[in-house]
Design a protein around this ligand. Structure first.
Ligand SMILES: CC(C)(COP(=O)(O)OP(=O)(O)OC[C@H]1O[C@@H](n2cnc3c(N)ncnc32)[C@H](O)[C@@H]1OP(=O)(O)O)[C@@H](O)C(=O)NCCC(=O)NCCS
Length: 333
């Protein structure tokens, strides 16, 4: 039986560090409020001339080099993002061109913060059926250009940052201990407007975007923070349990938990609820904020660098985000 092995990871964040103190120059907020409510100390912002495909390219080049493959081997480029270079075509097309590739398939995933785990699942299905042998999966985001960086938008603006992470996934067999063991995906569209951005859109009148939409700030994300917070803990706990049951595993058999990074308090409460020792949870939110689809591959890369993620370890990831959508995966590194 075919199976999928994660053979490498790469990450890239823009060099500009934006601290909580810097944000307090643009809006009424403070390092104390942001740190206490979210755990975030700083995040990265790109320069104006940088696009999402530029971040994706840097992370992808590292993942490809670390995989020691010829880029021509790539059968599919999967890109998870909610901040693509342009409305269409997808980020994958622009990344493909920048990688100097042509002909292989590209596919964008729009599941926001759960996008990378959805991507892991899509990659795993294509590999298991034998359709593809080598897949580049990227999570990349530029949030800084789409936030309302004033007091009006402060509840959201302080949480998000820019960055990218990429992995190369190759076909192996189920005899290989290093493989994706399972993935679990869910959505509940009834909550679509609890965390969303209305414009540009085809359901907001005669234009996809016009001056009135801009005036009404419909081009900025809107969030019901408390509802997202409560659902995130509940759904990530559920989907983590689902993964353990599917693999007939106990929580103690997981060596490392790489959760989505939306709020440090969410991950602390999740760990408490599942009774996971804090040292088994790897967090990066303090340095990068919420980088949406990029958070889990950034976590993988940082955990490898810190010596916390090593060959042979069993890893569990769970994510929750806009949609609402939530997902988990268990994989052996
Ligand atoms: C956004 C979040 C940090 C807010 O924390 P909270 O404890 O729910 O805070 P509240 O919304 O009750 O706001 C408390 C007060 O702080 C204010 N506030 C909001 N953002 C602020 C900021 N950046 N700085 C200072 N004050 C702020 C609010 O206006 C409110 O003031 P009021 O009491 O005078 O009305 C929290 O709800 C959260 O993390 N939610 C989940 C977000 C998330 O995960 N999003 C991505 C999903 S993948």
């Amino acid at each position: 039986m075919f199976a999928s092995e994660i053979v490498s990871v790469g990450m890239f964040v823009p060099p500009r560090i934006v601290t909580n103190d810097e944000l307090s120059k643009y809006m009424e907020t403070s390092d104390e409020w942001i740190s206490q409510r979210s755990g975030i100390k700083e995040r990265r912002w790109v320069a104006p001339e940088v696009g999402c495909s530029d971040l994706a390219l840097e992370a992808s080049k590292l993942a490809i080099a670390n995989a020691n493959i010829d880029p021509q081997e790539i059968d599919l480029i999967l890109c998870a993002t909610l901040s693509p270079d342009h409305d269409f075509p997808g980020l994958g097309c622009f990344l493909q061109a920048k990688l100097g590739l042509s002909g292989c398939a590209t596919l964008d995933i729009r599941q926001a913060c759960s996008g990378f785990v959805f991507g892991l699942s899509i990659a795993d299905q294509y590999i298991k059926t034998g359709m593809y042998k080598t897949i580049l999966l990227v999570g990349a985001e530029i949030h800084s250009k789409g936030l309302n960086v004033t007091t009006q938008g402060r509840d959201i603006a302080v949480l998000f940052g820019d960055g990218a992470g990429a992995i190369v996934i190759k076909q192996t067999t189920d005899k290989n201990p290093s493989r994706i063991l399972s993935t679990h995906l869910h959505s509940d569209g009834i909550h679509a407007k609890e965390l969303w951005m209305a414009a540009p859109g085809s359901n907001i009148g005669a234009d996809r975007i016009n001056a009135q939409h801009l005036e009404e700030k419909m081009h900025y994300p809107q969030m019901n923070g408390k509802k997202v917070f409560a659902h995130a803990i509940r759904r990530m706990a559920e989907v983590m349990q689902e993964a353990l049951v599917k693999n007939n595993m106990k929580l103690e058999e997981i060596d490392l938990f790489l959760f989505h990074q939306a709020n440090l308090r969410i991950n602390e409460m999740l760990a408490q609820e599942l009774k996971i020792p804090p040292e088994k949870v790897f967090n990066t939110i303090m340095k990068y904020g919420n980088t949406t689809a990029a958070t889990i591959p950034i976590g993988m890369a940082e955990a490898v660098k810190a010596g916390k993620l090593k060959k042979g370890m069993t890893v569990a990831s769970a994510a929750f985000g806009s949609g609402f959508s939530w997902a988990s995966a268990i994989y052996r590194w």
